[in-house]
Design a protein. Structure first.
Length: 32
């Protein structure tokens, strides 16, 4: 899953802002 890989990359980078953005994008994709 690309989203999961992106999530892992963000977590490993410890970037909270990117993590928040990833969560928002993931939620938006989930709705669509």
């Amino acid at each position: 899953m690309k989203l999961l890989e992106e999530f892992k990359a963000v977590v490993s980078g410890e970037n909270v802002i990117d993590l928040a953005v990833a969560v928002v994008i993931g939620a938006a994709l989930g709705v669509l």
